[in-house]
Design a protein around this ligand. Structure first.
Ligand code: IDP
Ligand code: MG
Length: 143
């Protein structure tokens, strides 16, 4: 997901492009302004953290871009492309390492496990919003 700061800062194309160029397949995409309930549910594992209310305010502060990406090892690989939670510790070359400076404005979210990926897709996308299609690039990406 591209967070509201990524949308406001005009980074949508840049961020989508990094996942596309890597070779993952875009199966779902939408601009979406989420409710506090959805933000709280999405981040429920962090509900006891002191920054939780600010996190919910941040994620609901403007539209986000919801994305569903498919590919071998996509969850772990996307986390590497995204970089460390604190952008000042994220490696150069990662999205957060290149494009952000604060943990509380780190421009992008990525699911931390395949199970959470499924959970988050079902939270953020409705039935029928994902597209099933096969890329003509597959034989050039996978031997
Ligand atoms: P992740 O996004 O790298 O998976 P998590 O620990 O799951 O990191 O935290 C979720 C989000 O909560 C972070 O991306 C960041 O926006 C916010 N967050 C995490 N730790 C802090 C903090 O110490 N201060 C403010 N915001 C934080
Ligand atoms: Mg996380």
């Amino acid at each position: 997901m591209i967070k509201p700061d990524g949308v406001q800062r005009g980074l949508v194309g840049e961020i989508i492009s990094r996942f596309e160029k890597k070779g993952f397949l875009l199966k779902g995409l939408k601009l979406y302004q989420c409710s506090k309930d959805l933000a709280q549910e999405h981040y429920k594992d962090l509900k006891d953290k002191p920054f939780f209310p600010r996190l919910v305010d941040y994620i609901t502060s403007g539209p986000v871009v919801c994305m569903a990406w498919e590919g071998d090892g996509v969850v772990a690989s996307a986390r590497k492309l995204i970089g460390a939670t604190n952008p000042l510790q994220a490696e150069p070359g990662t999205i957060r390492g290149d494009l952000a400076v604060r943990t509380g404005r780190n421009v992008v979210h990525g699911s931390d496990s395949p199970d959470n990926g499924k959970r988050e897709i079902s939270l953020w996308f409705k039935e029928g919003e994902l597209c099933q299609w096969e890329s003509v690039q597959i034989p050039w990406l996978v031997e």
